[in-house]
Design a protein around this ligand. Structure first.
Ligand code: HEC
Ligand code: HEC
Ligand code: HEC
Ligand code: HEC
Length: 377
């Protein structure tokens, strides 16, 4: 009996050892992020941090080339988004894109060997053109989220043809009785970080214009419309936010009042801009590529694989821990200027001449009488 107990004890401690080794071992580091007493703290495991640093190294940049010389649009035949680059810059970017998106397949992932580079035969080339514009647009117009750090193809792709973390519209599992789940209480879905929460928090907030609000401002309900279902949707999305960034809720919220923007950190505002940016990427750029995609690149409902917070962040509070790859590839920093049509150019030149003439007249004191000038205000 005694021997049996000892064996049991040994067995239990062996199991316990296995369980503990699956957790982050102490010591943990804590950093205060909000006012004292608000509990807005970040808890780090130095061990996990090492793994994150190792997973977020960036490849060496290809040596820079001159922006001088003939433009790509003067030499090449079918360039819509990179025509304003010098031929040297264009070639350098093609090499970088290959390294970031198709290092194994090389140029042939988008160009057919033996065929001219100008042909749009492969769907991957057509998608890549949209992706270039999407990246340029993010850097030019979404500074409220991506800051000066910006993004390149590598932020999402990291050497993969399709980024590792993407999503498609969720399909509700059917109940044995034929009823459709409201997509909650299925705790085996990565999308809700394995919580018993709705499995597709992305469609309402990262594709449609859903606004994540569930908290009332009054002690008793007064026309507040949030349901248990919509509340679960909000929490499911928030689980994704935290998981995608590798942070806890207090990175953005004061948990005393999740809804209060005044008590939230600046990061929450940044996250809100991120949500709007992701919606634009999914609707304005990725959805239109669906016409060309092969079925194996689509979800069960035939929609394209889309962006969420994890597509760029991949577990880091700033993608690639804030490494600024855009500085090495400034050509991805802004959209191509509007195409230079000879007629448009002539019109622009005329407009400029008229403006200059008006300015010259004004400085000579010859402007026409303006009825608003000299009126009492
Ligand atoms: C991930 C897809 C992709 C890969 C890989 C790729 N390209 Fe391209 N390539 C494009 C796209 C998209 C365009 C059109 C750009 C535009 O519209 O401004 C293009 C255009 C070109 C053109 C201009 C052809 C013309 O006359 O219009 C050349 C030359 C070229 N690529 C060379 C290369 C070389 C060399 C490699 C390998 C080092 C390469 N590309 C790898 C997507 C790719
Ligand atoms: C914000 C994240 C993000 C960035 C940045 C990004 N991509 Fe993508 N890329 C995606 C997603 C999501 C898909 C899948 C959807 C699709 O195919 O339209 C994809 C698909 C692709 C595909 C199709 C691959 C296949 O095998 O089906 C190519 C090619 C591609 N991207 C090239 C690029 C290039 C080149 C850049 C940089 C100019 C870039 N991407 C930047 C998210 C991104
Ligand atoms: C990266 C920042 C970020 C993190 C981390 C985060 N949230 Fe949020 N949270 C937001 C933003 C932004 C909104 C508003 C979204 C919108 O406008 O659609 C929001 C909204 C909410 C709301 C609705 C507030 C209201 O007005 O009704 C609740 C509740 C909430 N979050 C809880 C959480 C919980 C719980 C966690 C941790 C699991 C969490 N959040 C993690 C940024 C964050
Ligand atoms: C296209 C890539 C991309 C996507 C997608 C993306 N982010 Fe970001 N995010 C960035 C970049 C780049 C930065 C760093 C900005 C800087 O340096 O100022 C950043 C910074 C942040 C920060 C500030 C972190 C800090 O502590 O400094 C928050 C919060 C954040 N993102 C939340 C989100 C949320 C939430 C989503 C999804 C709705 C999201 N991001 C989607 C690229 C992205």
């Amino acid at each position: 009996m005694k021997i049996f107990n000892l064996k049991l004890l040994a067995g239990v401690s062996a199991v316990a050892a296995v369980l503990i080794s699956g957790c982050d071992l102490p010591p943990q580091d804590t950093v205060q992020r909000g006012y004292r007493g608000t509990g807005m703290e970040a808890v780090y495991s130095p061990e996990a941090l090492e793994e994150i640093i190792a997973a977020n190294q960036v490849p060496d940049a290809i040596p820079a080339v001159s922006a001088e010389g003939p433009k790509a649009r003067d030499i090449y035949q079918n360039v819509e988004v990179l025509g304003h680059l010098s031929v040297g810059e264009f070639t350098r970017l093609m090499a970088a894109i290959t390294q970031w998106v198709s290092p194994e397949q090389g140029c042939n992932y988008c160009h057919v060997p033996g065929e001219g580079f100008e042909e749009d035969t492969l769907y991957t080339k057509k998608v890549a053109r949209v992706m270039i514009a999407m990246t340029q647009n993010a850097n030019q117009n979404w500074g409220a989220h991506v800051g000066d750090t910006g993004v390149t193809c590598y932020t999402c792709h990291r050497g993969n043809n399709v980024p590792e973390q993407v999503w498609t519209i969720g399909v509700a599992p059917r109940h044995a009785s034929g009823h459709v789940h409201q997509m909650q209480n299925v705790a085996h879905q990565e999308s809700s970080v394995f919580a018993s929460l709705p499995i597709d928090p992305f469609t309402p907030y990262l594709l449609e214009d859903g606004v994540a609000r569930d908290q009332g401002n009054t002690a008793l309900p007064q026309g507040h419309v949030a349901s248990i279902e919509s509340t679960e949707q909000v929490y499911s999305l928030m689980m994704h936010y935290s998981d995608a960034l590798g942070v806890n809720c207090t990175h953005c919220h004061n948990s005393r009042a999740f809804g209060s923007w005044e008590e939230s950190s600046a990061e929450r505002v940044k996250a809100w801009h991120g949500q709007q940016m992701v919606k634009s990427m999914n609707n304005d750029y990725i959805n239109p590529t669906n016409d060309w995609l092969p079925a194996y690149r689509q979800g069960p409902l035939g929609d394209p694989q889309k962006v969420n917070c994890a597509t760029c962040h991949q577990g880091a509070y700033q993608p690639l821990l804030g490494a600024n790859m855009l500085a090495d590839y400034p050509n991805l920093g802004s959209l191509a200027p509007a195409s230079s049509d000879p007629i448009e150019e002539a019109v622009e030149a005329m407009e400029e001449m008229v403006e200059e003439a008006v300015e010259a007249m004004e400085s000579a004191g010859l402007e026409q009488d303006d009825p608003t000038i000299g009126e009492a205000h």
